[in-house]
Design a protein around this ligand. Structure first.
Ligand SMILES: *[C@@H]1O[C@H](CO)[C@@H](O)[C@H](O)[C@H]1NC(C)=O
Length: 437
């Protein structure tokens, strides 16, 4: 009896100690990385989204409206405005859709990355996953990597820019699997600091590399505010190559959807294009400068690749949009040709053409979405004709736009959806204007 007692006491103490260590660790980890999973936001607290656009202006003679109220009503009821994602407590700096279109990640000045589940874009509430970034980091841009459970976040502070890759944490504890596992719990899989020395990252774009012998993994391009662009492997965080535009200053850089080309807008009229060369084993061998788009008379402010990766669309301060064919034999010194030139159909009150800050083409290649300040415009990519304009799409400048890569449900319909982010702390969802035919 006397001999048994100490053994029992020791085992109990030992057991308690293990429990404290294991659970202490577990809870500490969760608190620092995941705040809450299923916070629902009630949207449309005082508006009825199911109502069709109000013919308010026609009825206004019967009832005197205040000017402000009319303005508000117009703003809310732009016919393409589907929804507003609220709950951000600072400027939204960037956004990105997952490849299935059902997750929308946002970077916000409040230090939080939110991943919204968009099972129905017209829904009155969205569940979102909340990722608190390490203290003092200002998220600038987000990009999904491989699937909707891994996300790369570019942050900035005084010491420079960092990249953090958040990946799904495998459910292990019993308490964890009890919760619905729809939204994965992220943990940091890799991180890099001072990736562009002290410079901020302006854009971060990822794509699935499928061109040639590429192995289908996600590659990402981060563009600094300087002249450098870095190519990253999404899953491992490996640096795959650096390029320097040797131009003025980058405004943005992007990768073609198939992972073959990188192009940058750098406050100059000419646009440089690089090719990512893949080895037989699917890895990136090198990044070579291959083409230059020459034709604009003034700085190119933004550009995007067509979904087929064979065209580039550029917007310039010279008041025009150009569509370029880059499917040329550049190794035989054949230059990319301008297929089309459209005037930018946006003017200030004195008739001066305004510049586009952002440009994005719909996944079917038919609609160009473009922004200037808080104005959002949809153009026919074939003719350059204006399909629709939302004058005050946001209560402040638009900071980022993205099309969902495939149609997503709006009520019982499937539609192409554009998301816009703004300094007004909101993200809006817009359905595509009908195609002219
Ligand atoms: C900036 O962020 C990095 C990485 O998160 C951190 O190590 C560093 O201490 C931060 N610097 C400042 C000045 O906040």
């Amino acid at each position: 009896m006397d001999a048994v007692l100490p053994v029992t006491v020791i085992s109990i103490l030992l057991g308690a100690l293990i429990a404290v260590i294991v659970f202490g660790n577990y809870f500490r980890k969760r608190r620092s990385e995941v705040q809450s999973i299923a916070t629902s936001e009630v949207l449309h607290a005082n508006q009825k989204p199911s109502k069709p656009p109000q013919p308010a202006s026609k009825k206004s003679h019967s009832k005197p409206h205040t000017h402000a109220a009319d303005k508000d009503a117009n703003k809310r009821h732009h016919p393409l405005d589907v929804n507003t994602l609220k709950g951000h407590s600072d400027s939204v700096t960037g956004l990105c859709f997952s490849s299935d279109g059902h997750s929308l990640a946002t970077a916000c000045g409040d230090g939080i990355v939110r991943v919204f589940k968009l099972d129905d874009a017209s829904s009155k509430s969205f569940k979102f996953l909340r990722i608190n970034l390490p203290a003092g980091c200002h998220p600038m841009a987000v990009a999904f990597s491989d699937d909707s459970s891994s996300l790369v976040v570019a942050t900035h502070n005084l010491s420079g820019s960092s990249l953090y890759m958040y990946g799904e944490e495998k459910p292990k504890a019993v308490g964890e699997t009890k919760q619905q596992p729809k939204l994965p719990l992220p943990e940091i899989k890799w991180e890099h600091h001072k990736v562009h020395d002290k410079r901020a990252i302006l854009t971060l774009v990822g794509t699935t590399a499928t061109y040639g012998s590429a192995d289908g993994s996600t590659i990402l391009a981060s563009s600094s505010e300087g002249t450098d662009i870095i190519l990253w492997h999404g899953k491992t965080g490996k640096n795959l190559g650096n390029v320097d535009t040797n131009q003025l200053k980058n405004n943005m850089a992007t990768i073609s959807p198939n992972g073959r080309f990188i192009a940058a807008a750098a406050f100059t009229a000419d646009v440089k294009v690089w090719e990512v060369v893949y080895s037989k084993d699917g890895s990136v061998k090198e990044v070579l400068r291959v083409m230059q788009l020459k034709g604009h008379k003034s700085a190119v402010t933004w550009l995007c690749f067509a979904p087929d990766s064979e065209k580039i669309i550029t917007a310039s301060k010279d008041g025009s949009i150009r569509i370029w064919n880059i499917n040329v034999r550049y190794h035989l010194d054949e230059d990319p040709k301008t297929l089309k030139v459209f005037p930018i159909p946006l003017h200030d009150s004195s008739g001066t053409t305004l510049q586009y800050d952002r440009l994005s083409i719909s996944p079917d290649g038919r609609i160009l979405a473009a922004t200037h300040g808080s104005t959002l415009q949809w153009l026919c990519a074939e003719t350059g004709q204006v399909l629709d304009t939302a004058d005050k799409a946001h209560d402040g400048d638009i900071t980022d736009i993205a099309w969902a890569p495939r149609t997503i449900p709006i009520g019982d319909k499937q539609a192409l959806v554009l998301a816009t982010a703004s300094v007004d702390k909101k993200v809006k969802l817009w359905k595509a204007p009908p195609n002219p035919s």
